[in-house]
Design a protein around this ligand. Structure first.
Ligand code: PHE
Length: 356
């Protein structure tokens, strides 16, 4: 404690000592630590100043002056050193960060959209051109209940048709599954909207417990279509799908074939084939020598499905269709193995579409 003029004698030594330390500081951090140690809230000099009140009134002015002089000298030394260190740091930075403008540039990798996304976008925009709205994926969950995936779609309980689509059940609850078809979108959308007309397409991912092969994978994409209004007929369905197929495959009409089929949620139901794009109908490996390629399922919405969604099936009719995106992509871009969409091989992915 600085209580007498005697201790004034120690101040010059303190000053010299501190200033010597300042000049030998190598880093801004060390300098700051030193500043705190001497001039900080509980620094040596700060404490001495705080004790000034204990010095006798006669001696106080001289002691005070001496203290101020010391702290000023130290502060000046600190500031000078700081400027010096900062300057040195800057010089070093400029030296090490010089840019060699003669070096070749680094290529910047720009991501591209996945080929499946491209096909989905193309399909949706054909339908948008026909007045359809595209439903957001979130509106129709991939983790779904049996009710939306089957029951409301007129699949009776224990009906073998449920086995047609080898469904993955979850362990969340007995009735919770990974949707096996985007047709849940029909139910979700109609029961939320209540009043037709409805004219929507719903793209999304679906899951089936399939034996993986070049044509089948455990997950794939579908696009569901739904048109419900007054007086919608099967002729409207045919016209819509023929227009769509012509547009997706290059703008000119293509031969199609509607084969009778069965889905519990449509009546009548059909599977639609397009003339083989590879052999033009003569028969080749891709079409299994039949001359036709199956591309989607469709039909008139079953009255029970409309009623399940609270829609008057006497007043309204409609059609629905569901198509496999991978299949269409494979046909359009002559891809012979579905697995290639999912193994992230850059050599494959890079071939698609310029950067956007
Ligand atoms: N959901 C059917 C399937 O996945 C396809 C379909 C959709 C059929 C809509 C008719 C109407 O096989």
């Amino acid at each position: 404690m600085l209580t007498s003029s005697l201790q004034l004698d120690t101040l010059p030594t303190l000053q010299i000592d501190v200033i010597r330390q300042v000049t030998t500081c190598q880093t801004i951090e060390a300098l700051e630590a030193l500043r705190v140690e001497i001039l900080g809230r509980s620094g040596q000099l700060t404490l001495l100043k705080r004790n000034l009140k204990d010095v006798s009134p006669e001696e106080r002015p001289a002691v005070g002056q001496a203290l101020n002089a010391v702290s000023q000298a130290i502060e000046t030394a600190l500031t000078e050193k700081k400027t010096q260190l900062e300057q040195a740091a800057l010089t070093e930075k400029l030296r090490t960060e010089t840019i060699d403008v003669t070096l070749p540039g680094l290529p910047s990798v720009v991501g591209k959209r996945h080929p499946l996304t491209l096909v989905i976008d193309d399909i949706c925009s054909v339908f948008e051109g026909m007045g359809y709205s595209v439903l957001d994926d979130n509106a129709c969950p991939e983790v779904e209940t049996e009710f939306y995936n089957f029951e409301a779609l007129n699949f009776p309980e224990d009906h073998p048709a449920r086995d047609m689509q080898d469904t993955y059940y979850t362990e969340v609850a007995k009735n919770v599954l990974l949707r096996s078809q985007t047709s849940n979108a029909q139910i979700r959308y109609m029961s939320a909207q209540k009043t037709p007309p409805f004219k929507v397409v719903a793209p999304g991912r679906v899951y089936r417990n399939e034996e993986v092969s070049s044509r089948k994978y455990v997950l794939f994409h579908q696009i569901e279509g739904l048109y419900v209004a007054e007086n919608v007929t099967f002729a409207d369905l045919k016209g819509t799908l023929n227009t769509f197929i012509a547009q997706l495959f290059g703008g000119s009409p293509r031969k199609t074939r509607f084969r009778p089929s069965f889905f519990p949620f449509t009546e009548p139901s059909a599977e639609v084939d397009v003339e083989c794009l590879f052999c033009g109908g003569d028969g080749c490996k891709v079409c299994g020598h039949s001359g036709w390629l199956e591309i989607l399922g469709a039909g008139m919405v079953h009255p029970n499905v409309l009623e399940n969604c609270g829609i008057d099936s006497e007043k309204y009719t409609g059609f629905a269709f569901g198509m496999g995106v991978e299949r269409l992509a494979m046909l359009r871009d002559a891809i012979d193995d579905i697995r290639i969409f999912y193994n992230n091989d850059q050599r494959f992915l890079k071939q698609f579409n310029p950067a956007y």
